[in-house]
Design a binder for this molecule. Structure first.
Ligand code: FAD
Length: 426
């Protein structure tokens, strides 16, 4: 098992639940079991929860899972044909089956911005003092310490889900916050038709200074190397003691060069290419943020999904898939069950985000040409549902403070994406 976060630990749990009692090695460069990530930008950053409360679901079950858990150890290379993995402690691991669950890491700004490029899972480590990305519990604690010192201004770069949550939480702490977005509308890549404009309205209503179509030239630094603010593309400067970079995540695949696996180019979404059962190579499966697979529920559309629930569901499926690769009944003791469930991983992505007192929920996945159709409320208000239409299909539903209706759409879409069936709910 490569990666001990949500997908990796879900895979482990499903392997044990299937009755396999053989040895399972789990490696992860994190010094302790990675935290559950959603509360980091919400309750933990708000100061409502101690970090320990953001333990991932498997944390309480570690003893019964009986793992050879090697924390502080990264996989540095893979030979897929041999199913062997090189580890950062200099050792080599040969496995009968491998699950790759190395997730994604926070992107930083392009190198020209004066502070180095993407920095792996611990993106903040390469940044100047006062600049942060937020991916891990350690990132969260470091940022929280700075927020507790009540900086005069926090600048959040990026108005995506992470940026939006950080901005909302900082504003909720009573801090002055500017959120800068390069695109003319937030979430332009995930929500076609300018629908993401609701994020601008939501944040402005709550006192955040939202600036759209803004490019970042560089981080401005003090003489001691700490952050003083941001230099903008129009030649102006914005002073800030804290800068949070929320410009998305990239799949962690750097260690897989020459592995024999197919890695997708960034313009195709990146990640490890799997078949519809999440098999990347004989004996090697992948799951969670790092895996791309043709999702049968969407007609085989290639997807890589960076959502909590996908990591759990895909990890669970990948565990069973890996078990079947072990060679069946004798090796697993649960081969029959494993074989029966080694179908395709067919799913409807599901995501939520909490910003201020608002609940944003999205089911499905839309493409750039999909047509938004507002079916409840309106996009400028504080409650709405919008469906996305592609011909006869409803590819996604997005709701703001409409949990019951989004849940109904979710159940209907799990049965079928047929447009009429979903639209009839409203
Ligand atoms: C701050 C934050 C808030 C979020 N909030 C939400 C939310 O509200 N709703 C939602 O649906 N989703 C949310 N997400 C997304 C969700 O948390 C992720 O989709 C999920 O964590 C993915 O799980 P994963 O196991 O695939 O990958 P990750 O959680 O990225 O874990 C990958 C693991 O692999 C390890 N690893 C990396 N490289 C190596 C290597 N070479 N060798 C060994 N191990 C390695 C890493 O250390 C890490 O522990 C949020 C994410 C973040 C960062």
């Amino acid at each position: 098992m490569i990666g001990a976060s949500l997908a990796g630990m879900a895979a482990v749990q499903s392997i044990r639940a299937s009755g396999h009692d053989g040895p399972i090695v789990v490696v992860d460069p994190a010094g302790s079991l990675p935290h559950d990530r959603p509360p980091l930008t919400k309750q933990v950053l708000a100061g409502q929860w101690p970090l320990e409360r953001a333990a991932q679901p498997a944390a309480a079950r570690l003893d019964e899972l009986d793992l050879d858990l090697r924390l502080g150890v990264a996989a540095t290379g893979l030979n897929a044909d041999r199913r062997s993995v090189s580890l950062s402690d200099g050792s080599e691991l040969e496995a009968s089956a491998l699950v790759l669950a190395t997730g994604s890491h926070a992107r930083t700004l392009p190198t020209g911005s004066g502070h180095g490029g993407p920095g792996g899972g611990d993106g903040s480590a390469a940044l100047p003092s006062g600049a942060f990305t937020l991916r891990t519990g350690a990132d969260c604690v470091a940022l929280l310490e700075r927020l507790e010192a009540e900086p005069a201004r926090v600048v959040v770069i990026g108005a995506g889900f992470i940026g939006g949550e950080v901005a909302a939480t900082c504003a909720g702490r009573g801090l002055t916050v500017s959120m800068l977005e390069a695109a003319p509308v937030p979430l332009q890549r995930v929500l076609p038709g300018g629908v993401g404009g609701f994020v601008t309205e939501l944040h402005r209503r709550n006192g955040v200074d939202v600036r759209l179509g803004v490019s970042i030239e560089a981080l401005n630094l003090n003489g001691d190397g700490s952050v003083r603010g941001v230099a903008l593309g129009d030649g102006s400067n914005l002073e800030a003691e804290v800068v949070v970079i929320g410009v998305g995540a990239a799949p962690t695949v750097d260690w897989l060069a020459d592995s024999g696996l197919t890695l997708l180019e960034p313009h195709r979404g990146g990640g490890i290419l799997c078949d519809e059962t999440l098999l990347a190579h004989p004996g090697v499966v992948a799951a969670g943020d790092v895996a791309a697979w043709p999702n049968p529920h969407f007609g085989g559309e290639l997807m890589r999904v960076e959502h909590w629930e996908n990591a759990v569901d895909a990890g669970t499926h990948a565990g069973r898939r890996a078990l079947a690769e072990l060679g069946g009944r004798d090796a697993s003791g649960g081969g029959e069950a494993a074989e029966a469930t080694v179908g395709a991983f067919s799913s409807v992505p599901w995501f939520w985000s909490d910003q201020f007192d608002s609940k944003i929920q999205m089911v499905g996945r839309c493409g750039p040409e999909d047509e938004p159709v507002v079916v409840a409320g309106d996009l400028t208000g504080d409650r709405f549902v919008v469906l996305f239409r592609r011909g006869d299909l409803c590819t996604a539903a997005l709701g703001l403070n409409r949990p019951r209706q989004v849940m109904q759409a979710r159940m209907r879409m799990a049965e079928s994406l047929d447009w009429d069936g979903v639209a009839a709910l409203f």
